[in-house]
Design a protein around this ligand. Structure first.
Ligand SMILES: O=P(O)(O)O[C@H]1O[C@H](CO)[C@@H](O)[C@H]1O
Ligand SMILES: O=c1cc[nH]c(=O)[nH]1
Length: 288
């Protein structure tokens, strides 16, 4: 039996996971996740009762009951680097015995749904629409740090994308992963399904030119014209690739659904999106 050293999985003095500050009994196996800590408060406002509320850094967690289901709402902050922390600690909370520091005999699968905001890359993903990341293309490179990424990556799709977009060799090699099919069909049956790019930033890495000129000003034109079978790239956000990829490697079910708050084709955006976000959250809570 492997004992995981203290330095590799840091457990706080109160028995909680290092960053999330959560103890194993404080999370449900149904988890909804979002970048914004305030979105967790909004999510919990729909709960019938609240059992736990924990804050640390950008990680805000509330566990409660919603229509007879125990659900955890948790904020992950921005970026796939945060997803590495959140997914590893959630998986540890579910599947590692914090007393013995060893992997439990029985695997506990988690269901993880990220409810995010996103930028639409096609005319059929206007501001206000809900887009499911059926597949994600990670520009982040996180998955390449873990063994067996080949088992969850879609290499033919990756190759076709690389040929079409011809990314600079200085960037991470883009990887392609799919969300959990059953979850996508259950939660997103009436929503737009597409392919999402998880970028490593909001501005230059998503082709936004504010003051600094871009290294590849044609990147978004190439992305918008890319086709692979029935698939086109629908939207940009910053976490879905790592959520889908790490969850698949760990054996959990995961998907991302986003509210489109900017459209990069029509060049418009909406900053007052609270109502549409509340509707999306309630829909996910009903279906998860
Ligand atoms: O609204 P959230 O869930 O944070 O998602 C999107 O918004 C942030 C950027 O503004 C990134 O985290 C991106 O993925
Ligand atoms: O354009 C957008 C909007 C929200 N989040 C992103 O990452 N990009």
């Amino acid at each position: 039996m492997r004992i995981i050293p203290e330095s590799e999985l840091i457990i706080n003095a109160d028995g909680s996971a290092f960053h999330l500050h959560l103890k194993p009994e404080q999370i449900s196996d149904k988890i909804v996740m979002m970048g914004d800590p305030d979105r967790v408060t909004i999510t919990a406002s729909f709960f019938d009762s609240v059992e736990q509320e924990v804050h640390n850094r950008e990680f805000h967690t509330i566990t409660g009951m919603y229509k007879g289901k125990r659900i955890t709402a948790l904020s992950h902050g921005i970026g796939t680097d945060n997803i590495d922390i959140v997914l590893t600690e959630l998986d540890a909370l579910a599947n590692i015995d914090f007393e013995t520091r060893s992997v439990k005999d029985e695997f506990k699968p988690l269901t993880l749904v990220r409810i995010g905001t996103s930028g639409g890359m096609q005319p059929h993903c206007p501001v206000g629409s809900y887009v499911i990341s059926e597949k994600s293309i990670g520009f982040d490179g996180l998955i390449h740090y873990y063994a067996d990424s080949k088992t969850v990556r879609e290499e033919d799709f990756e190759e076709a994308f690389r040929k079409h977009v011809n990314p600079s060799p200085y960037l991470c090699t883009p990887y392609v992963v799919s969300a959990d099919e059953e979850l996508v069909n259950r939660i997103g049956f009436d929503m737009i399904k597409g392919v999402t790019i998880s970028a490593v930033g909001f501005y230059g890495p998503q082709g936004r030119y504010v003051r600094l000129p871009l290294a590849d000003p044609d990147m978004n034109t190439k992305i918008q014209s890319f086709h692979y079978g029935k698939y086109v790239i629908t939207n940009y956000e910053m976490e879905s690739s790592a959520v889908a990829g790490l969850s698949k490697l760990m054996g959990h079910k995961a998907m991302t659904v986003c509210l489109i708050i900017a459209n990069r084709v029509t060049l418009n955006s909406k900053v007052d999106y609270k109502g549409s976000m509340e509707e999306l959250i309630k829909t996910v809570l009903d279906r998860v």
